[in-house]
Design a protein around this ligand. Structure first.
Ligand code: SF4
Length: 425
């Protein structure tokens, strides 16, 4: 069997920056406000962990680097440069294709962005979240919509040609027509990539208490689903490829001339009860990164369940058949690294059957789906050998398109993704 453990000739590298200026009302990420004074030591610790990892995983090639958080843009460009220099010095970056940094629009300026470009960042992911200041206040964001518009202009001035914007929908009080207007406002910023997330209320986040107490009623599930479907229609019209449940990449309507994928044949087949048994003999090969140059290559690694290594407080890794997690608090993490102690606090060995299920669960999030060929190449058996009943059941419910070659979610399956994924685990 070929699995994650044998195929790891390359990795994605995630670097966690667990600092924020203030805590947003909906957030339960591993991040901390008011610890900015700890950043210099944290950067030192990160550099040491990268060196350790390079020794441990020697010979691996790093294909993407992603600074996530938290708020990575709280680090100075010089600190980012230090971390990247350490990666280049100790890891094989000969096939490096993408270096992303998440930034909060309230923390950037043209000069900082210019320096980040020179440090090697080539993709910027801006947490815009909403085009309305009342919603930004409700979400506890530190920036306004005007800050976001300025940040996009500054990023363009600094030469960023690959810009991703994050947005949240399903915010208390939000209407469908407001969401339509907001999507158009976002499109006027001409991003290359969009991530749209339904607001989720995490236990412990302050917004959850206000919603649970009835003070802030959420839009109901039907309205949230309508917002999602509206996003699909508006972004398709604007030339975006909906390549993952929550992610869209621009693929035509700009200078690239990349064609939109034609899924209509497949969609028709799964949308029609009679056609569910129809076998489409030759579905188009749909490899996400061939459709648009703006797909998040780093995140593709997660969705294809391929190996990645996480550096920093609370960062997770998935490599060599093992999942592991670092100490979560940045002070515990920094102290342990600087005292040359172990920082991994959880380690789990993933057996082949679980790896197969997770490959389905993650891969079905992608429009390209999971191909029988790739699965066979990796595991030495076909999709139907392992999941025949699940594939047939979900196809007959109209949630999955499965023709013996490719399995992918239907439009209805996208709306009920969690129900589909649970069947494979
Ligand atoms: S900026 Fe991002 S990571 Fe920081 S608190 Fe807000 S949502 Fe969480």
């Amino acid at each position: 069997m070929t699995s994650n453990r044998q195929q790891a000739d390359r990795i994605a590298l995630y670097i966690h920056i667990p600092f924020c200026k203030a805590r947003c009302a909906y957030c339960d990420f591993n991040t901390y406000a008011g610890l900015e004074d700890d950043i210099p030591d944290y950067v030192l610790a990160l550099s040491q962990e990268i060196e350790r990892a390079a020794q441990r995983f020697g010979g691996l090639r790093t294909s993407t680097i992603y600074f996530g958080g938290g708020t990575p843009s709280l680090l100075s460009p010089r600190q980012i440069e230090t971390i990247l220099r350490t990666v280049h010095e100790h890891m094989d970056t000969s096939i490096l294709r993408e270096v992303t940094l998440e930034a909060n629009p309230g923390t950037v300026s043209t000069n900082r962005l210019l320096e980040l470009r020179s440090a090697g960042i080539d993709r910027l992911s801006l947490g815009v979240q909403s085009a309305r200041n009342c919603e930004l206040r409700l979400l506890g964001r530190i920036h306004t919509w005007e800050d976001a518009v300025n940040a996009v202009a500054q990023a363009r001035q600094a030469g960023f040609g690959n810009l991703s914007l994050d947005l949240i929908f399903g915010i208390p009080g939000q209407t469908l027509s407001q969401w339509r207007t907001d999507l158009n406002s976002i499109l006027s910023l001409t991003p290359q990539h969009l991530s749209l997330y339904a607001l989720s209320l995490e236990p412990g986040a302050s917004l959850q208490r206000r919603v649970l107490s009835g003070e802030l009623p959420l839009p109901d599930d039907d309205l949230t689903a309508e917002m999602y479907e509206l996003s699909e229609a508006v972004l398709h019209e604007a030339g975006f490829f909906h390549y993952e449940i929550s992610n869209w990449a621009r693929c035509h309507g700009d200078h690239t001339g990349f064609p939109m994928p034609d899924l209509t044949e497949a969609s028709r087949a799964v949308g029609n009860a009679q056609a569910r048994t129809t076998v489409i003999s030759n579905p188009p090969p749909l490899i996400s990164e061939r459709v648009s140059p703006y797909i998040s290559l780093h995140n593709l690694t997660y969705w294809r369940n391929e190996p990645w290594i996480g550096m920093g407080a609370g960062a997770h890794s998935w490599f060599d058949g093992q999942r592991s997690a670092n100490l979560a608090h940045p002070r515990d993490y920094t102290r342990a690294i600087l005292e040359k102690r172990e920082v991994v606090v959880e380690r789990e060995t993933i057996g082949p059957r679980l790896e197969q299920g997770e490959t389905m669960m993650m891969g079905l999030r992608l429009t390209e789906g999971v191909s029988d060929d790739r699965f066979r190449h990796r595991f030495g058996c076909g999709l139907a050998d392992v999941f025949e009943r699940e594939l047939n059941d979900l196809s007959s419910l109209g949630l999955l398109y499965w023709d013996g070659v490719i399995a992918r979610l239907t439009d209805n399956g996208r709306l009920l993704g969690n129900h589909v994924f649970a069947r494979f685990l």
